[in-house]
Design a protein around this ligand. Structure first.
Ligand code: PEP
Ligand code: MN
Length: 338
């Protein structure tokens, strides 16, 4: 961390800052300039709030050199983390995973049917929302526990691990017991109490990027979960909000190599929520694989026109199969399996 202080700063002000940093176990070196004094701070600065230092009227600038995250940081954990989701491995050089399933669980039979299609196509996990974060309170809110029970049945029928979104702390036990991969949705990416609670779970977590969050904020959200003791976090890019109207969100594929540089955790792409349009899902899926993503999560529905949520972005099973078939070829080119 580099702190730039005005030359006019009284010695007592500079001493105060240095003392506070040294009390945190950091060492501070002073470089005297003509107009400014510059303090170089060395050590683990993750616990330092630079905004508090910047509040000093004599401080001109505070600049972080090290990233504010530690556990998620590639710097301290060189090897790729491979997250084990009930036997399905995600990350490293493992097979690229493709998760498929409906936006919402709509009933026992419809879910079983889609689950069988996902399995037959070569999908490696089944997704399905039982608790749904809907923009309108008048829209379908999910089947709740009934939906979780159908997901369990579908897992039994197909052997596919199940992924579902956890929205509230009071459902933690239900998810701990029943769900293989716990999804934290975009809207809850910075629900810090929820992140802390999930950090105490023994289930891996799929952490979606918030609608308007920076990569650093997203990694810090993973840091919350990991700090609680749960190191099994998978990032999921699902598009961010921009001025563009032709797509529901803007898929930021550059996050794949950036996350890979910065973190050892796996990252998968959700081309369904990113585009909002089933016709764009295949090309974005192939691009995601080419970019080095560890997997995809795709909405699949037998009858998208009558889906209870997100029909416009849901693939029919035949198209889902096509994504996997073409994806396999792209994976081969970059030396991975799918
Ligand atoms: C979902 O996966 O159905 C969902 C609501 O995703 P997101 O949180 O990315 O909008
Ligand atoms: Mn959806």
């Amino acid at each position: 961390m580099i702190i730039t202080m005005k030359k006019t700063a009284p010695q007592a002000e500079a001493d105060k800052i240095v003392k506070n940093l040294e009390a945190k176990g950091l060492s501070v070196t002073l470089i005297r300039g003509t107009d400014y004094n510059v303090f170089g701070v060395v050590g683990d600065t993750t616990g330092v709030d630079e905004k508090i230092i910047a509040a000093n009227p004599y401080v001109d600038n505070v600049q972080r050199v090290a990233a504010p995250y530690k556990r998620a940081n590639r710097l301290f954990h060189e090897a790729d983390t491979v997250v084990d989701v009930s036997g399905v491995k995600v990350g490293g050089r493992e097979r690229i995973v493709v998760i498929g399933g409906p936006c919402s669980v709509e009933g026992r039979e419809p879910l079983l049917e889609i689950a069988r299609e996902v399995k037959a196509a070569g999908g490696s996990m089944l997704r399905g929302g039982a608790y749904k974060p809907r923009t309108s309170p008048y829209n379908f809110q999910g089947l709740g526990s009934e939906g979780i029970a159908y997901l369990r049945e579908a897992r039994e029928a197909t052997g596919l691990p199940i992924v579902s979104e956890l929205m509230s702390i009071d459902k933690i036990d239900e998810f701990e017991e029943n769900v293989d991969l716990v999804q934290i949705g975009a809207r809850n990416m910075q629900n810090f109490d929820l992140l802390k609670a999930v950090g105490k779970m023994h289930r891996p977590v799929l952490l979606k990027r918030g609608l308007a969050n920076t990569i650093e904020e997203w990694i810090m959200a993973a840091e919350y979960i990991m700090d609680g003791g749960n190191e099994n976090v998978i990032f999921c890019e699902r598009g961010i909000r921009t001025f563009e109207k032709y797509t529901r969100n803007t898929l930021d594929l550059s996050v794949v190599p950036i996350i890979k540089q910065r973190s050892h955790l796996p990252i998968i792409i959700d081309p369904s929520h990113a585009t909002g349009n089933w016709q764009l899902v295949e090309s974005m899926s192939l691009a995601a694989i080419a970019a080095g993503a560890d997997g995809l999560i795709i909405e699949v529905h037998n009858d998208p026109e009558h889906a209870w949520s997100d029909g416009a972005q849901s693939l029919k099973p035949a198209n889902f199969r096509s994504v996997i078939e073409k994806g396999r070829k792209i994976a081969q080119v970059i030396g991975r399996d799918l």
